[in-house]
Design a binder for this molecule. Structure first.
Ligand code: 8YV
Length: 320
């Protein structure tokens, strides 16, 4: 148990959803106020604004200045996720509030889902599943042929930890790799392209593994999708905001790109309904880090960052 000198546990606001066992551990360590995602602020929260010293938030939640400014004793915003674009980092920094995230523990699982989406798109795995279930194999015979990963080029937007792991997996499947990054990396063997458009022109599958936030908002726009072309696929395991979603829906419906595997959306859980009927799209409900093992590790890291703050120890994963 983690008590302050006066014997009280530090008060933490936890924004759902988070795994039940993470919430249980957080309840042991902290005086916990649980705030349902997107709901009105409950009385228990309003009655305790002076006591709240930390926030634990899912990667896609919003902790903005209007929320933080209600909490005069806030010390830390601990993101349950590698992405921290949902937290107003400038406000936090200006007000002496630390921001932490949960990198590394999710890298493998996120890269795994990226590879799974690449294979699902190229090999039409979901289309094949629907084909069998609808009895079409029997009534129509063999399904149309699909695309091999071997010999195709994977363009990775954001060559960080997840991008590198995705590259390794794709190489095993015989793909060549090229990348775009904020700046060229001296320590990777893959060709660098100085713009997403140039990368899209050069590759067959464009995979997004970059951070969200203002710097990357709508970076993949209609022009980039046009450069990807009618044989190109888009895979997004980054943030919905990185893509101009309306332009993507248009490109998919007009088949100016071949298909897409999409795990993240601009306004989750609202997904553009136009995508629901498209055979050339594989949709996921923001699942990339969603394994029991990874989410457990993310929960523990989130709590460890809060405990370090309240114990005046260096924060394991401070990003601001
Ligand atoms: C989670 C994420 O989906 O790491 C991120 O940035 O988006 C995620 O792993 C999310 O934080 C779960 O609540």
């Amino acid at each position: 148990m983690n008590e302050t000198p006066n014997g009280e546990k530090p008060c933490v606001l936890l924004i759902e959803p988070m795994p039940s066992w993470t919430i249980e551990r957080a309840r042991d360590e902290f005086d916990l106020i649980v705030l349902p995602h997107e709901s009105k602020r409950p009385q228990k929260f309003l009655d305790n604004v002076d006591r709240i010293r930390g926030i634990a938030m899912p990667g896609f939640a919003t902790v903005d200045a209007s929320l933080m400014s209600l909490l005069p004793n806030l010390e830390i915003v601990a993101c349950f996720g590698v992405g921290y674009d949902g937290a107003d980092v400038s406000y936090a920094q200006a007000n002496g509030v630390a921001v932490t995230n949960t990198p590394d523990v999710l890298t493998d699982c996120v890269a795994d889902l990226g590879m799974a989406l690449i294979l699902a798109c190229l090999r039409r795995i979901v289309v094949g599943d629907r084909y069998v279930r609808a009895g079409r194999w029997k009534s129509e015979g063999i399904m149309a042929l699909n695309d091999a990963p071997r010999g195709r080029c994977l363009g990775i937007v954001g060559m960080g930890r997840i991008g590198l792991e995705l590259a390794k997996r794709a190489e095993v499947f015989g793909m060549s790799i090229a990348y775009y990054n904020r700046s060229e990396r001296g320590d990777v063997p893959y060709p660098y392209y100085a713009s997403t458009k140039a990368l899209a022109e050069a590759c067959d599958v464009l995979a997004l593994t970059c951070p969200g936030g203002e710097a990357t908002q709508n970076m993949i726009d209609g022009d980039v999708l046009q450069a990807l072309g009618p044989k190109g696929y888009l895979v997004n395991i980054a943030r919905g905001t990185v893509v101009d979603e309306a332009a993507l829906v248009q490109a998919l419906s007009e088949q100016t790109i071949a298909g897409a595997g999409i795990d993240v959306f601009v306004d989750e859980p609202n997904v553009p309904e136009a995508l629901f009927g498209m055979e050339n799209v594989v949709l996921q409900p923001h699942q990339a880090s969603a394994t029991i093992e990874t989410r457990t590790a993310m929960g523990n890291l989130t709590i460890d960052n809060l405990l370090a703050q309240f114990g005046s120890r260096p924060l394991p994963n401070q990003v601001a």
